[in-house]
Design a protein around this ligand. Structure first.
Ligand SMILES: C[S@@+](CC[C@H](N)C(=O)[O-])C[C@H]1O[C@@H](n2cnc3c(N)ncnc32)[C@H](O)[C@@H]1O
Length: 214
């Protein structure tokens, strides 16, 4: 095993990435804060060896906070998907700035069923999915379900803690296994005009969900 980058160093690199240039409300475009992303990625690697030398998918990658972080922690290869060209342009800038050699960016709707050809393909699928608050209720569960279909090992996903019971119910319904591996606090910046306070402090769970055999 190669030496793992220190948590603080990882957070520093992620904190230097550019964010969405013109965030789109309907796509729930806000980055995972660098501290949360660093702790989440570190937990995946140190507790589950989910990143180093692995084939990783960053689903709904935005500017690449999770995918670039996975690469910095030694991922073998990262595929980063987002529906939005603007987000992928920022991702590309970040990749160049950080001189990341092993991320392939793909512009697509992650929920498109044609991704079935990648069934059980990725070791680890990482996501901070749209929470489903902007007239798109249920999109977080659709992301999770697709992630599970494409993962041969595990999905690592951030969700509001208030949805924990709902996710537990879904996990049971789908016949898979999962648990919360870290409880985090997400200080969501007032990115959009309708946010009255400057920041909103939200409790967030990092879930690890996997097929029964893994
Ligand atoms: C909450 S942001 C997370 C961004 C990034 N993963 C991060 O952690 O900083 C959700 C991302 O999902 C993308 N997205 C929303 N719907 C999508 C879809 N159907 N297919 C692919 N990407 C989508 C948005 O453009 C946005 O970049």
């Amino acid at each position: 095993m190669s030496a793992l980058m220190k948590l603080k160093t990882l957070e520093g690199h992620l904190g230097a990435l550019s964010g969405f240039s013109e965030p789109k409300i309907e796509l729930e475009q806000y980055e995972t804060p660098a501290h949360i992303a660093a702790v989440a990625l570190y937990t995946m690697q140190t507790q589950y060896e989910a990143l180093e030398n692995k084939l990783v998918l960053d689903a709904g990658c935005g500017p690449g906070m999770l995918g670039i972080g996975a690469s910095l922690l030694g991922a073998g290869m990262v595929v980063a998907m987002d529906i939005d060209d603007g987000a992928l342009e920022v991702l590309q800038e970040n990749i160049e700035e950080m001189e990341i050699p092993n991320i392939d960016a793909v512009q697509c709707d992650f929920l498109n069923s044609k991704h079935c050809r990648w069934e059980n393909y990725f070791d680890s699928v990482l996501m901070n999915p749209p929470f489903g608050t902007k007239n798109n209720a249920g999109i977080d569960m659709k992301f999770l379900r697709m992630g599970l279909d494409l993962a041969c090992d595990s999905v690592y996903s951030l969700h509001k803690s208030s949805t924990r019971t709902h996710i537990q119910k879904k996990i049971k319904e789908w016949g898979v296994k999962g648990n919360v591996i870290a409880e985090l606090r997400y200080n969501l910046p007032a990115t959009y005009k309708f946010h009255r306070q400057q920041t909103r402090d939200i409790a967030v769970d990092l879930w690890r969900i996997h097929h029964v055999q893994s």
